[in-house]
Design a binder for this molecule. Structure first.
Ligand code: FMN
Length: 420
């Protein structure tokens, strides 16, 4: 362990250290040594410009791994995919203005920037540049974009710059960058002491013993929320409709099939819970008279109809029974997303609604990614771009945690029971 480091351990953590073409590139050598001393396994990826400042050989010898600079030189290994896949974190230090712009715009014309588009792990950038560049509106805008997506930005320090000027642009100190990496990799336990009831997946409403009405929900969003909440210290009960997902470890799973079963399972655990997150896509209607035997086609004319009746409105029913629970609902919409979501939020007395347009390409049912807008009862909106469902789960938990804290501090209205 490095002397003076008191943060969480980095032993065994896989870190990709991106080095870009800044005069501060030599400082990445010291950072690499520090990360190695902390027990991390570090793979260095350099931009072409970075190699003008420090030779790849330096990083290669110190890290004990070949240095990647070119996307096409070792294409069989597909490093743009394999390195981020294994990484616990990507750290770019120093990060040039050019590299920040590429990251913010999603450009991928070299190995490092392409990796950023495939990575699912935390990204930490430590910019270094001349003061004038750091203050440029374009850099400010890119930094804002990156922050809004969850990138951790370790601000440059004020001091004398390579140009001889004084300003903000010096690469943050090694200790500050190390702390940011440790914080990003430390498991957050901010939901410790909370009991979260999560619903996930579709429901199936029988037509006869072999047929049912259902929907396209895969359950991935609800499962991601349950797993994220558990990782952050909460006790979690996951009430799930039929899905093909593996049972998450350490989470009590209650399997149900129909909307009625889901209603009962959730109602029975409402009093136990402190927060309810309803990510399930519950059928609104079910066949009024499911046949006891398989319906035969013989002797039946075309144009058969099935009579449907409403299922219980679970969200409204939980909301009516609740005492102090924070209730988060989902609105999966195909049109007028925000208007419909706001209507549902009010009608069902929710604290927060996650509005997602399921027609967005790459998002919604079945996908591993999702984009959403979080809306609270005060009308505050958080727009979250397309991101892995696990990252979205964390963002929802962050917002819910803020609402709980505001409520505890007495600044927010107490829950309204019985909203419809
Ligand atoms: C001597 C010298 C020092 C530089 N230092 C920086 C710097 O600290 N920060 C920065 O953003 N750009 C700096 N640049 C400009 C970048 O090298 C240039 O924008 C390059 O295209 C960055 O490429 P990369 O982001 O792919 O590494 C410097 C250029 C030179 C010639």
């Amino acid at each position: 362990m490095i002397s003076g480091s008191i943060g969480p351990t980095l032993i065994g953590k896989q870190i990709v250290l991106g080095v870009t073409g800044s005069i501060a590139a030599y400082k990445a050598v010291a950072l690499l040594r520090t990360l190695l001393r902390e027990g991390a396994i570090v793979h260095v990826v350099m931009t072409q410009s970075a190699t003008k400042f420090v030779t790849p050989l330096t990083f290669e010898v110190l890290s004990g791994h070949p240095i990647s600079t070119e996307m096409f030189e070792a294409h069989q290994e597909m490093k743009h995919l394999s390195l981020p896949e294994q990484a616990d974190a990507i750290v770019i230090a120093p990060a040039t203005a050019n590299c920040l712009a590429r990251a913010a715009l999603g450009l991928c014309d070299d190995l490092l920037s392409t990796m950023l588009l495939t990575a699912q792990c935390p990204l930490i950038v430590a910019p270094a540049m001349d003061g004038g560049m750091w203050d440029h509106p374009s850099v400010r805008e890119h930094i804002g974009t990156l922050r809004s997506r969850g990138t951790i930005v370790v601000n440059p320090e004020i001091g004398s710059l390579a140009s001889g000027r004084i300003g903000q642009g010096r690469l943050a100190g090694e200790g500050t960058i190390l702390e940011a990496i440790q914080a990003a990799l430390a498991p957050r336990r901010d939901w410790q002491g909370h009991r979260i009831l999560v619903s996930a997946g579709p429901t199936q409403e029988p037509i006869d013993p072999v047929r049912f009405i259902s929907n396209r929900s895969s359950g991935k969003m609800g499962y991601a929320i349950a797993e994220a909440a558990q990782a952050r210290g909460a006790q979690v009960v996951l009430v799930t409709g039929p899905t093909a997902l593996p049972t998450p470890k350490g989470i009590e799973v209650v399997s149900v099939v129909t909307a009625e079963e889901m209603t009962k399972a959730l109602s029975a655990r409402l009093a136990w819970s402190t927060t309810v997150i309803m990510a399930a896509a519950v059928a609104d209607f079910r066949p009024s008279h499911p046949a006891m035997q398989k319906i035969k086609k013989q002797g039946r004319a075309a144009g058969q109809t099935i009579d449907l009746e409403r299922t219980t409105d679970i969200l409204a029913s939980l909301s009516a029974q609740r005492t102090t629970q924070l209730i988060v609902g989902f609105a999966a919409e195909t049109s007028d997303l925000i208007a419909h979501a706001k209507e549902k939020l009010t009608a069902k007395g929710l604290d927060l609604i996650v509005a997602n347009d399921v027609t967005t390409e790459g998002a919604g049912f079945g996908s591993d990614q999702n984009a959403a807008t979080l809306i609270d009862r005060q009308g505050a909106m958080t727009v979250l771009p397309l991101m892995p469902k696990r990252a979205l789960a964390d963002a929802i938990l962050n917002r819910a945690q803020e609402l709980l804290r505001t409520r505890q501090s007495g600044q927010a209205p107490k829950p309204v029971a019985g909203g419809r």
